[in-house]
Design a protein around this ligand. Sequence first.
Ligand code: SAM
Length: 199
Amino acid sequence: MIWIGNVLVSPGEAGVYGERTLDGYRVWDPYRSKLAALYALGGGVELESWMRVLYLGAANGTTVSHVADYVETVYAVEFAPRPMQDLLEVARRRKKIVPIMADASRPEDYAPLMESVDLVYQDVAQPNQVEIAERNLVFLKPGGWFILMLKTRSVDVRRDPAGVLEETLAALERRIEVAEARWLEPYHHDHAAIVCSRP
Ligand code: SAM
């Protein structure tokens, strides 16, 4: 990852969502992006220029655009029409992004558009986050990584966030190795990043 002092940046052309620039790089703000928060806290997976990434929950493409600055290809899945419009505009200017309008809980719908990937990144904020992750493991290469952003309040707003995290980790560990789990405080409340690796 590229740091200028203690500021995380990415090496693309600016002007995607009004982000600041620093010495010709795009500032990647941990308060706006959970993935940037994970890096700011010292965790995560190094993004490399040869990587292919499946991104679930692309929204309007802000974090997607930074990931695309680092890697070879990003397959960006989003099911809501409004953010999809913005994502299409971002993808028009960044050819590495393949926008896919689909429901991430139905990977069979976009399987024909996909190849195997080195990293799956999931940020869907849904009650069935673990089930969506499990279904998309089919695209992950052996030796690849899975980063799940867990919004505990989306699972159950009444439950203790630590309990939701514990239960999520137990469910994931039945399918994949969990390498790291950390809360994203102070950048994002009640969100945890879970980094998994596929042996
Ligand atoms: N990752 C984005 C970023 O950092 O810029 C923010 C993602 S936002 C928290 C969650 C997004 O996931 C929303 O845009 C929502 O429409 C999308 N989403 C939720 N469930 C989904 C599903 N089953 N399939 C595809 N997209 C989904």
